[in-house]
Design a protein around this ligand. Structure first.
Ligand code: NAD
Ligand code: SER
Length: 317
């Protein structure tokens, strides 16, 4: 067992609720402190309620548990962020400044910062390269781009070991997404398994980069565990899983649920999706720390449907 004490901020969200369990399996239940603005539905280990915009409260937690690693997940995502741009900027940036300062003042060994495909904008035509120009179209994307640059600044100025991935849309059965543009790709599986038709807020052919949750967990820990001399990018690593459109995921679902129906009712999220790349080139992550995704679209669909069937059956019984 490794002697780490890890703080996960924003632990009750789509990624956090899965990541906390993943880290607890890896490092031990007592080595991972989950924290969030909201109380969790059920506690499976140490939990501390925290508003990460409160610098003193965050620093006190870091001191109390002698934290060695912080995973900073708290943020307002792309679609929700557009409802209140200035509030989104404040939450996304202030929480990260508080993490950076608490980590610097308390010699936290490593920080994980989740960036996003939302850092890319209209200057990327189809495929985003690692060093493609960043002109994000949403306040969320602007905050992630700024966060990446602050990570790089703290690395260069203070020598802090901050690591970051540009996550594609995350798809998993364990938790629900919290206000992003890629959320449809989780919701669609729930509707399909419940035997309901799905109203999709994106057009049929809108291809976006996505990743299955197991691959995302693997990439995150692989990055954080990589020897320090393998980390050559201190802004955010491009990360690719599977790119697909709503009509392609619907076709994949029909291989398992043949009568599944989808209707297309695009809304404001179409414009956000149109500003994002369709493909991600993650050659640097592959080269530096051996990243390889394991899931194809059909393999993910099979696992999502099987897991959700079990979940809904156990709720019924
Ligand atoms: P989510 O919205 O599901 O969860 C975010 C969590 O942060 C929530 O539980 C919320 O209560 C908490 N939170 C919000 N404000 C807080 C505050 N002031 N203090 C403490 N906690 C606060 O988000 P997620 O999908 O789990 O995403 C986690 C991170 O990964 C985010 O930074 C997001 O930008 C990034 N990301 C997610 C995706 C994705 O597809 N889910 C893709 C790219 C990047
Ligand atoms: N999945 C996220 C969103 O849609 C991308 O960062 O906002």
């Amino acid at each position: 067992m490794k002697s780490e004490c890890i703080l996960v901020i924003g632990a009750n969200g789509q990624i956090g609720s899965v990541l906390v369990e993943y880290l607890r399996e890896l490092y031990g239940v007592g080595q991972v402190v989950a924290s969030d603005l909201r109380q969790p539905d059920h506690e499976t280990g140490l939990f501390e309620q925290l508003d990460a915009t409160d610098a003193n409260a965050l620093a006190a937690l870091v001191k109390k548990y002698r934290i060695t690693q912080i995973y900073h997940l708290a943020a307002i995502l792309s679609a929700k962020g557009e409802q209140e741009p200035l509030k989104t900027w404040h939450i996304n940036m202030q929480t990260y400044f508080n993490v950076l300062e608490a980590a610097r003042e308390n010699n936290v060994a490593k920080v994980f910062y989740p960036s996003s495909i939302a850092v890319f904008g209209d200057h990327v035509d189809t495929k985003a390269e690692q060093w493609s120009y960043l002109d994000p179209a949403t306040v969320y994307g602007i905050s992630k781009t700024a966060g990446e640059n602050w990570s790089n600044y703290y690395y260069k100025r203070y020598g802090m070991d901050i690591r970051s991935l540009r996550y594609p849309g995350i798809i998993g059965y364990q938790s629900m997404p919290g206000g992003g543009t890629t959320d449809y790709a989780v919701d669609i599986y729930h509707k399909a398994v419940k035997g309901e038709a799905f109203d999709c807020f994106l057009k049929a052919a809108t291809t976006l980069p996505m990743i299955y949750i197991s691959d995302a967990m693997d990439a995150t820990v692989r990055l954080m565990e990589a020897p320090i001399d393998k980390i050559t990018i201190r802004t955010g690593y491009n990360l690719a899983g599977i790119s697909f459109s709503p009509e392609e995921v619907a076709a994949s679902i029909r291989k398992f649920i043949p009568d599944f129906q989808i209707n297309y009712k695009p809304d404001f999220r179409q414009q956000i999706a149109d500003s994002w790349p369709q493909q991600i080139d993650d050659a640097e992550a592959r080269k530096d720390w051996g990243w390889r995704p394991a899931y194809s679209l059909d393999k993910m669909t099979e696992e999502m449907i099987a897991a959700l069937k079990t979940k809904y059956q156990s709720v019924k019984s």
